[in-house]
Design a protein around this ligand. Structure first.
Ligand code: SME
Length: 154
């Protein structure tokens, strides 16, 4: 199926599953699960790093699907920390060429990270999707995942 259509479908499914649910953990866990299943096996690791309320310049791992992820990532470090610091999505076609990449699993070859903002427009988390394929993510993924991240606090 065309990737744009797949994103339309999974976005509608996510909106219907999380609609009315007030627990952030339940919302993030359900989004990660539906995304990982919709785009398996291209999405090898799919999950969220949340801003730690006690250490607001540090990310701490949240709900995810995949192999063991690093627990904490300071702002500015790795792909997730870079996105947390800039507030802008990032596609990394080859993680081995990304200076400061944090290798939680050496099977990862490319990744996309998208910021999640709360209702006040403050960064609350980042969505991290890793792939064992090189160059696995494009602008369709960026647009699709940004649309889904906008649902987290909608
Ligand atoms: N690849 C990330 C680290 C997190 S994991 O791969 C799950 C990064 O460099 O930010």
């Amino acid at each position: 199926m065309d990737k744009n259509r797949k994103y339309d479908e999974v976005t509608a499914e996510i909106a219907s599953v999380i609609g009315g649910e007030t627990s952030l953990t339940a919302r993030l866990a359900s989004i990660g699960c539906l995304l990982a299943q919709a785009f398996a096996p291209r999405f090898f690791w799919t999950g969220f790093y949340e801003v730690d309320p006690l250490k607001p310049t540090e990310l701490v791992v949240g709900p995810y699907q995949g192999t063991l992820g690093c627990l904490r990532i300071p702002f500015g470090r790795g792909v997730c920390g870079t996105v947390a610091a800039s507030g802008k999505s990032l596609i990394v076609p080859d993680v081995h060429a990304f200076d400061g990449h944090i290798a939680c699993d050496s099977a990862t070859n490319s990744e996309i990270v998208v910021p999640v903002f709360n209702a006040e427009g403050k960064l609350a988390a980042v969505l991290d999707v890793d792939s064992t394929e090189r160059d696995a993510f494009d602008e369709v993924d960026r647009a699709g995942l940004e649309r889904i991240c906008a649902l987290v606090f909608a």
